[in-house]
Design a protein around this ligand. Structure first.
Ligand SMILES: Cc1ncc(COP(=O)(O)O)c(C=O)c1O
Length: 431
């Protein structure tokens, strides 16, 4: 768990954690849309842009360094996800694009009789690629496992009913980008594997919030994006090596016939790999700060930096659970979301179940337009966040066009949450 001193140090590692570029003090609560950058990542990215300003594949130093940067980034991502090696990590422009790429490749194997099972908790990045396959007749249909409306969790019985011998793919978000609800991935993976379906995980929302272990999950693909975890745009996908070799992505003839380069269209952006390595170095630094609390724990992660990543993410998760508890229950004399009149929260609100959710809260206020809430939070409280549909299928299932959302990460503080709650209380009482 982080103490106050460590939270201060973490904030110092993010140049804009306290004030924005205009010098305005504000609390950044829009992290689900894209986090602030950490200094290590920004500096590493800029350095790589200058030092490796050449494409890979030649003998001269800049080109060699560009290649080293790409490989080091892949290796670090592999350790972070507990994937077997950097050769299992493919990069892309965005998670959306990577999921489309995988869906096209899988579609080539289908004959129009198959189904793909997803859930009502998805971002459209994990809906539209499969709908496209159905539209083109490559698969028969896309099936949506229901969400329990009262707490935003997945209806597992319904999921089980949907998976059958024609299921080609089970694809799911690891946590909803609206309600923060986490999906029990290992349980879902067993169902997918029993049906001999490919199991795909969209970890974009969950990635800054807790440890991810692709071997434990037993997934075939897992994607996340750098800008949601303190780095630059650009995304990374773990691929089961067998699928990496056997599936046939769209590619140009001269490009690599195997390995990650086979899946990557065009030249790589080496600065993006430097950025993600910078982010992961931040987590190594964080692990050093708290490792004394973890003696004898996670010893099974015994190669490279795997244990350190696990420690950093576990500690972040615990700290974020504390933030979530305060968001819901309040702090000092300031009521939390659960007791502010007219506030409706979508998702898990039981503070005994915080392990089942990330610190992302979608809410509306009865009788007050979302735009007014967001404007008031910004103007009176300096709370930077937004109301949107967040490209989320879930918002439609809740029968809303937009919801207000706050999403917290490791550099947010209890004091910031208090200001948020005070400001929200004020507008709710006024209206
Ligand atoms: C759960 C989830 N999946 C996918 C995406 C899309 O990610 P990208 O912008 O990298 O395509 C988002 C973005 O908000 C997301 O929250």
């Amino acid at each position: 768990m982080f103490d106050k001193e460590l939270v201060k140090k973490i904030r110092a590692a993010f140049p804009r954690a306290v004030k924005d570029f205009t010098g305005r003090e504000r609390a950044f609560f829009d992290n689900g849309t894209g986090t602030l950058v950490c200094e290590r990542a920004a500096k590493a990215e800029a350095q790589a842009r200058v030092d490796c300003s050449a494409n890979i594949g030649a003998d001269f130093d800049e080109s060699q360094k560009a290649k080293e940067t790409v490989l080091a980034g892949r290796e670090a991502v592999a350790e972070f996800l507990n994937a077997p090696s950097g050769d299992t990590i493919v990069s892309g422009e965005s998670a959306t694009k990577l999921l489309f790429d995988v869906s096209y490749a899988i579609g080539k194997e289908c004959n129009g009789t198959e189904n793909v099972v997803i859930t009502e908790l998805e971002h459209y990045a994990n809906v539209s690629p499969w709908n496209e396959l159905a539209r083109e007749g490559k698969i028969k249909e896309v099936r949506f496992a229901r969400m329990n409306l009262e707490d935003g969790t997945l209806d597992f019985d319904h999921l089980q009913e949907l998976i059958d011998s024609d299921t080609k793919v089970v694809s799911v978000t690891s946590a909803s980008n609206v309600t923060g609800t986490k999906i029990p991935l290992e349980r879902m993976s067993s169902l997918a594997k029993e049906a001999k379906a490919h199991f795909i995980v969209d970890a974009v929302h969950h990635v800054p919030h807790g440890p991810i272990d692709v071997q434990k999950i037993n997934c075939d693909f897992l994607v996340f994006s750098g800008y949601k975890i303190f780095g630059s745009h650009g995304s990374y996908m773990y691929m089961n090596p067998e699928y990496m070799e056997n599936l046939k992505p769209y590619k140009v003839k001269p490009s690599a016939k195997s390995g990650p380069f086979k899946w990557e269209s065009g030249s790589r952006n080496q600065a993006m790999f430097a950025s993600i390595k910078g982010v992961l170095d931040h987590f190594l630094w964080l692990a050093e700060q708290i490792q004394s609390q973890y003696e004898g724990k996670f010893e099974e992660y015994n190669t490279g930096n795997r244990r350190a990543y696990k420690i950093a993410m576990d500690a972040s998760q615990q700290y974020e659970n504390l933030l979530s508890k305060v968001v819901l229950e309040g702090i000092d004399d300031v009521p939390g979301l659960l007791s502010i009149p007219k506030v409706k929260v979508f998702g898990i609100t039981d503070t005994n179940r915080l392990d089942e959710r990330d610190p992302t809260f979608a809410f509306i206020v009865d009788g007050v337009p979302n735009e007014d809430i967001i404007k008031y939070l910004w103007e009176k409280g300096g709370i930077a966040t937004r109301a949107a549909n967040f490209y989320s299928y879930t918002v439609e299932v809740f029968n809303q066009s937009k919801v207000n959302r706050i999403s917290l990460v490791q550099y947010n503080t209890l004091d910031e949450v208090k200001v948020f709650l005070k400001t929200l209380n004020a507008i709710c009482i006024m209206k």
